[in-house]
Ligand binder design. Sequence first.
Ligand code: FES
Length: 106
Amino acid sequence: MDIKIIIKDRNNEKRTVSAPIDMNLNLMEVLKIHNYPIEGTCGGMALCASCHVYINSENLLPPISDSEQAMLDDNWDSKQNSRLACQIPMSKDVDLLNIEIAPESF
Ligand code: FES
């Protein structure tokens, strides 16, 4: 089964992409597959924040781990709705998740 993710990029362009839920992918990997400019430098360990996104829907998401929180706290452009995409596994819970890619960190 596939789910849909609604993505707003850094140019404010919105697109809906499909993602399978049976391939053990996280949102960072889905963004990379669809050629979004997400580096994922740490390989999904919540250690680089290059996969920072804002969540604009009310989907049920896994709780924020201590390391994710620490990365978000250190990030100048973090907001209340910030998450690291690599910490969001693809599942039925995130169908129609609405996200915005955060500005590039320097
Ligand atoms: S890929 Fe490094 S924090 Fe998500």
